[in-house]
Design a protein around this ligand. Structure first.
Ligand SMILES: Cc1cc2nc3c(=O)[nH]c(=O)nc-3n(C[C@H](O)[C@H](O)[C@H](O)COP(=O)(O)OP(=O)(O)OC[C@H]3O[C@@H](n4cnc5c(N)ncnc54)[C@H](O)[C@@H]3O)c2cc1C
Length: 411
């Protein structure tokens, strides 16, 4: 049986950046082994619903580490192979090819899996999902032969995909179960802005509505809504969310459908087992609550952090929730957590799309949404102020004659 000092289960964003950090921590050649169920080396996924979905011409930028990085640094990567079972008492992993590996320290980076529709007709061809490069290729190829597409879901995958497919010339209808798009974080004003942009480009958005069934002979031809309305379509893309990929840990103390619980050092409840990225439920030390975050920067930062802790730098993981997205020519960033906000203010021009949004709990800044057209300092200060629990003078946020720095209250 082969033994390794460090094993990572997973070959996505967390694994790719953890591998980079292990090398930066000067691990020796032969100490790290990566097991990945994917056919490709670790990649950044954000382009798959953005520029790659539209153009497919930047394969090189998608890889997290260059192809020869792993061999050069003595890291073994086993692709197309899943970890099937964890025998935590023995510190062993059983692989799908029957092989058994032994670890000293294990990093779980199994990420998240797509939620799938389970309704009449959901097995028809051309009902597509988006997680990896192959699925992005499939959507692009199908779109090149299609006229109509129905996108299900109004989150960031749904909005990005709808925008790209509209730009590729398709007639797009979005079905959104909530009363607005981007409902997880957006105010009515933010959602209105994007909904208007979609509408100007000819994308139809159906709010407060769900899909009851798909119809067609072999491939989807019609989408039936719960109202009974039927939409003609050539393809469907469903972006209805993800859930932690924890199935293989069933029967171990690690298992929880909420995600693998870790402490601030990325340590799970079994000695020498660590977890990071989409799969974990971790303590958010800024907002003092436990969270699951399914975004790139968290996977990137926590993957690196876990590698550092595993190699002896036992520092707590302090992460400001953050994500970014692109819709048409707009890019935006969202910082913080607006769940407990009791006030919201805007700066800039909501109609033109050149604006930022600031959520407060009393005077404390808790979250911010910043369009990329805004002055750079807004994103920078949003990060700093939310992390430092800074209190600001909310009455002045709207007044652009008052400089950002003068908004801080001296408490
Ligand atoms: C299309 C798309 C666009 C996105 N765009 C954005 C964006 O604009 N902004 C943003 O902030 N975030 C974005 N994200 C989210 C971001 O990419 C994820 O949060 C990030 O990929 C999570 O990284 P991860 O390594 O934890 O999980 P994943 O990247 O999901 O990787 C998990 C890996 O584990 C492997 N695996 C699972 N089970 C096993 C097993 N039993 N054995 C071996 N291997 C296993 C999988 O095959 C996969 O390789 C996007 C995601 C997608 C899919």
């Amino acid at each position: 049986m082969k033994s390794y000092k460090y094993i990572i289960i997973g070959g996505g964003t967390t694994a790719g950046y953890a591998a980079k950090a292990f090398v930066e921590q000067n691990i020796k050649k032969g100490e790290l082994f990566i097991i990945s169920a994917e056919s490709e080396l670790p990649m950044n996924r954000p382009p798959f619903s953005k520029e790659y979905l539209r153009d497919k011409d930047q394969d090189d930028e998608i890889l997290i580490n260059k192809k020869d990085f792993y061999a050069q640094n003595g890291i073994e990567v086993m692709l197309d192979t899943a970890a099937d079972k964890l025998k935590c008492g023995l510190k062993q992993i059983v692989l799908s090819n029957g092989e058994i590996l032994e670890y000293e320290k294990l990093l779980i980076a199994t990420g998240s899996k797509l939620k799938m529709l389970d309704i009449e007709g959901s097995c028809l061809r051309n009902i597509l999902y988006l997680k990896d490069q192959k699925q992005s290729d499939t959507i692009r190829e199908n779109a090149s032969k299609a006229e109509h597409v129905v996108v299900i879901g109004g989150g960031y995958i749904g909005t990005e995909t709808a925008a790209v497919l509209n730009q590729s010339g398709l007639k797009v209808t979005m079905i959104v179960p909530e009363d607005k798009i981007l409902a997880r974080f957006a105010t009515a004003d933010i959602a209105d802005f994007f909904q208007n942009e979609f509408s100007k480009k000819g994308v139809k958005i159906v709010l407060n509505e769900s899909v009851k069934a798909f119809h067609g002979k072999d491939k989807v031809e019609e989408v039936e809504l719960t109202t009974g309305e039927k939409l003609k379509t050539d393809m469907v893309v469903a972006g209805i969310g993800v859930e932690p990929n924890v199935d293989i840990f069933e029967g171990t103390p690690l298992y929880s459908i909420e995600g693998i619980a870790v402490n601030e050092y990325c340590e799970a409840n079994i000695k020498d087992v660590y977890a990071a990225g989409d799969v974990v439920e971790f303590p958010d030390l800024i907002f003092d609550k436990r969270k699951v975050v399914e975004h790139w920067e968290h996977a990137f930062e926590q993957g690196k952090h876990a590698a550092k802790v595993m190699t002896g730098n036992r520092e707590p993981y302090v992460f400001l929730p953050f994500f970014f997205s692109d819709v048409f020519d707009y890019s935006y960033e969202y910082f913080g957590d607006n769940e407990n906000a009791n006030d919201v203010r805007y700066r800039g021009n909501l109609k033109s799309g050149d604006f930022s949004t600031w959520w407060l709990n009393n005077n404390r800044l808790v979250a911010a949404f910043v369009m990329s057209t805004r002055p750079e300092e807004e994103g920078k200060l949003a990060r700093e102020w939310i992390s430092n629990k800074t209190e600001i003078d909310k009455k002045k946020i709207q007044d652009e004659n008052v400089s950002m720095k003068d908004l801080v209250l001296n408490t």
